[in-house]
Design a binder for this molecule. Structure first.
Ligand code: ATP
Ligand code: MG
Length: 416
């Protein structure tokens, strides 16, 4: 038999890792709901053109990272590399473009063919949010504030910096684009091969280049900020003022362009120095034409996505969740009391587990180790007298409690 192994760049979430992951998602969902965002669950695969059109043919994701395949019916499908395109598709195909605004969040696996390393996988998970159908910069500030709130709640706000930029509106970008193209043409001989292609197809993408030489040339390139139209400037001013009012600290960074084609006005990233080259924790921006590209008319929107694995890697103390009660029947003969009691405790909303293996000493050891608070011991005497021995695993004390009172006794005890 050939050796069985996991697919490169995938990872199993087990034990401690699963707990960290879970914690990130649980906290995020709670915060999303405080802001009135509702969960949408879209499929993990879509027709390939849902992504290729909207993300841009020259984006890194579409040009080299997508898991695309032909299904048995001959359709080209793609495992979703990100969440926004699917949400926009869902808005259109569910006929919701007339029911705006929509406040949406999502959570789930994404797939990109990348070089795996710490904080970078081929199947990873994102949480993300989209506020669709609102064009004011105040919405951008609030959506960014929601991302900040999640980082704060996870204890990660101090280690992350919000870097903010504007890509202006279409008019700003088209004048700037001309200036950029002229500049890059003047230094064409020094550009990397990839960027030469970008110069032809999508010059703005050169700003995304990771090539060292390209980056040096970029330092001299004309900045969009010099070409912002009056409208774009006003948007940018209002955004920054609103962020101040929301009390979200930020740093302006004119080099943030994000990897995708669809952004305009606001773009931002929460960045940490603790994960090397995988420093972007949560990132997003404003987009206008995406829903329009899918036939839904223009829906101005703002959104972001965060990598769950990257957030989970940074968590200091993942919370330990243990069940407070362990039931220890001495033998099978005592199940007649143990099983109904076990269920009664659970039906009353308290966590309880039962020990199946080992002698009493071993089982108590295990109960201690699991950080349970109380052990309920059930032997012949208890079955005959309709009671249980309750052992307090912290103080070591033990007392008898009758079966009729045990549930309310536990409720009381565990409430304190
Ligand atoms: P990077 O620059 O690190 O490649 P990106 O710009 O491709 O990130 P986005 O497409 O904006 O990232 O996705 C949002 C978030 O999803 C990222 O900030 C990151 O936290 C996470 N992420 C993206 N790609 C991966 C991956 N391959 N593995 C794990 N997390 C990822
Ligand atoms: Mg990437």
């Amino acid at each position: 038999m050939s050796v069985i192994k996991p697919v490169r760049g995938t990872h199993d979430l087990i034990g401690e890792e699963a707990k960290r992951h879970d914690h990130v998602i649980e906290i995020s969902k709670r915060i999303f709901s405080l802001y009135g965002f509702q969960e949408w669950m879209t499929p993990v695969f879509e027709y390939t053109n849902v992504f290729s059109r909207s993300l841009g043919e020259t984006s890194d994701i579409v040009s080299k990272e997508m898991y695309s395949f032909q299904d048995r019916g001959g359709d080209s499908l793609t495992l979703r590399p990100e969440g926004t395109a699917g949400i926009c598709r869902a808005l259109v195909t569910n006929g919701l473009t007339q029911s705006l605004p929509q406040k949406i969040f999502y959570s789930g696996p994404m797939f990109r063919y990348e070089r795996p390393q710490k904080g970078r996988y081929r199947q990873f998970h994102q949480i993300g949010a989209e506020l669709m159908g609102v064009s004011t910069p105040f919405a951008d500030a609030e959506v960014i504030a929601m991302g900040y709130h999640i980082l704060k709640e996870l204890g990660l706000d101090e280690g992350a910096v919000l870097e903010l930029n504007t890509l202006g509106d279409k008019n700003s970008r088209s004048i700037w684009r001309e200036a950029l193209v002229n500049y890059f043409k003047s230094v064409q001989a020094q550009l990397s091969k990839d960027s030469l292609v970008r110069l032809e197809k999508n010059p703005l993408r050169i700003l995304d280049s990771k090539d060292v030489n390209d980056r040096m040339l970029l330092a001299q390139a004309p900045l969009l900020h010099e070409y912002l139209t009056k409208d774009a400037l006003e948007f940018w001013d209002k955004l920054r003022k609103a962020l101040d009012q929301f009390k979200i600290p930020f740093k302006e960074n004119p080099y943030i362009v994000r990897g995708l084609d669809y952004y305009s006005h606001t773009v931002f990233e929460f960045v940490t120095e603790k994960l090397g080259a995988q420093g972007t924790l949560l990132a997003g921006g404003r987009y206008e034409g995406l829903v329009g590209d899918m036939g839904g008319g223009d829906v101005p929107s703002i959104g972001w996505a965060a990598g769950v694995e990257r957030l989970a890697l940074l968590l200091e103390n993942p919370p330990i969740k243990t069940n407070p009660v362990v039931i220890i029947p001495f033998s099978e003969d005592h199940h007649s009391v143990a099983f109904p009691l076990l269920q009664a405790i659970r039906y009353n909303g308290m966590g309880a587990e039962i020990a199946y293996k080992g002698n009493l000493r071993k089982q108590l050891e295990r109960a201690h180790k699991s950080k349970a608070l109380l052990a309920l011991l059930i032997g012949d005497n208890e079955v005959n007298q309709n009671n249980v021995q309750v052992k307090d695993l912290i103080s070591g004390t033990q007392r008898e409690v009758s079966l009729t009172e045990i549930v309310s006794y536990l409720k009381n005890k565990l409430a304190n």
